[in-house]
Write a protein that binds this ligand. Structure first.
Ligand SMILES: NC(=O)c1ccc[n+]([C@@H]2O[C@H](COP(=O)([O-])OP(=O)(O)OC[C@H]3O[C@@H](n4cnc5c(N)ncnc54)[C@H](OP(=O)(O)O)[C@@H]3O)[C@@H](O)[C@H]2O)c1
Length: 249
């Protein structure tokens, strides 16, 4: 199969790419840090890995993605892993807008191009995104992060119905990890943190099983059920206990 990972220079995206490479798929990898893309490609057999450096916040990102798909001769599965988050209790507008550019607008740029590519050519496709458990409840310590992660998952839901409307054969998976030991959490220790390799294996399995949503891992899935039961006034009131966590990530 031809699989593209958008945001595969480090962390979860890179670990997922390495699994797919190990399984013998043709894998396209993207990110801004070209030398890291080359590092992944050079560890794989010649011709198996295709690289394309681009910034998802750039208006031309979809053109770069299209070029990669053309060079690979098509794409069956795409995982959007590009993203970042910051706590922002001071509500610095630059921080809020920066995350919105990458996690929301960048995702839409890529998702729209892929949807139209599959639907317009009568091809089967599968689009997955790394959302977060931060999408389950509105987190006041990181407004743009929490909201854009919700956006990613909800946008997939809208595309799922649009696929029915347009008669397109496209599957969608929203991945919602808890804490994973990547650069994202800067080596800090949070409860129920899992290794990136474990997260990647669970993500590959969820995509293979065509799961609509996958909370990673089981403990976070159980906690997610409880989180959804918290009444909104109680959740807002509990904000006073988040004050020590204003610089969490
Ligand atoms: N680690 C966690 O605890 C955790 C939990 C829940 C969800 N997530 C989500 O998982 C995803 C991956 O994060 P990670 O934990 O693997 O952290 P990471 O190691 O920092 O990976 C982030 C990836 O996103 C790419 N990226 C960032 N900005 C980009 C841009 N403007 N254009 C293109 N690519 C960009 C980075 O590539 P370049 O820098 O080379 O561009 C990198 O490959 C994120 O969406 C994050 O929100 C992480």
């Amino acid at each position: 199969m031809n699989i593209i990972i958008i945001g595969a220079t480090s962390g979860i995206g890179r670990a997922v790419a390495e699994i797919y490479i190990g399984q013998g798929h043709r894998v396209g990898i993207t990110g801004r840090r070209k030398h890291l893309l080359e590092e992944v490609a050079s560890a794989a057999p010649d011709g198996q890995v295709f690289t394309q450096a681009f910034d998802v916040a750039d208006g031309a990102a979809a053109d770069a993605l299209a070029g990669l798909v053309r060079r690979m001769g098509g794409v069956d599965i795409c995982l959007y892993s590009s993203g970042y988050g910051h706590t922002n209790t001071a509500l610095d507008p630059e921080l809020e807008l920066g995350q919105t550019e990458v996690n929301a607008k960048g995702f839409v740029r890529c998702a729209v191009w892929l949807f139209n590519y599959w639907a317009g050519n009568g091809l089967r496709g599968h689009l997955a995104v790394i959302s977060s458990v931060a999408s389950i409840l509105p987190l006041g310590v990181c407004p743009a992060y929490s909201a854009t992660k919700k956006f990613e998952a909800f946008y997939l839901e809208t595309l799922r119905q649009l696929a029915v409307i347009r008669g397109a054969d496209i599957r969608f998976t929203a991945i919602k990890p808890g804490f994973v030991d990547t650069d994202f959490i800067h080596g800090r220790h949070f409860p129920m943190t899992i290794r990136r390799e474990k997260a990647a294996a669970l993500i590959v399995r969820a995509i293979k099983k065509h799961k609509k949503t996958a909370v990673i891992d089981r403990r976070w899935a159980a906690l997610g059920v409880l989180m959804r039961l918290i009444p909104s006034p109680l959740w807002n009131w509990s904000g006073r206990y988040f004050r020590p966590y204003k610089d969490m990530f």
